[in-house]
Ligand binder design. Structure first.
Ligand code: FES
Length: 107
């Protein structure tokens, strides 16, 4: 498990990206829950965001890929619109312990 940040550092609803040499992930906070995914669009395998931490659509209801507009369900990572419809983001297990957010990164 790697430590990402305080759970309160991500607004609800909101999202944040985390990366280093070994990983690039995003975590979405919605309705008190946290959802982690690899920051790689199933369309062509590039990061989703156009600006740091900008992973959600305007209404903060879906994860959006800034490259060609694919939209993903926050809860499952399933692509429901766009060029990779039917495919999914790869989930990354996350958990909160004592107010700290952790992710399980597999290499
Ligand atoms: S790279 Fe995400 S929709 Fe094309």
């Amino acid at each position: 498990m790697i430590q990402l940040c305080q759970s309160s550092d991500i607004q609800d609803p909101g999202a944040k990206g985390f990366s280093d040499d070994n990983y690039n992930i995003l975590v979405v906070h919605k309705d008190g829950q946290f959802y982690g995914y690899r920051n790689s669009c199933p369309h062509i395998g590039v990061p989703l965001e156009w600006m740091p931490d900008e992973f959600l659509d305007k209404e903060q209801r879906l994860i959006m890929c800034a490259n060609h507009g694919a939209e993903f369900l926050i809860e499952t990572g399933e692509c429901i619109a766009g060029p990779c419809s039917g495919q999914s983001l790869t989930a990354v297990p996350v958990e909160v312990k004592d107010g700290v957010l952790y992710a399980e990164i597999s290499e």
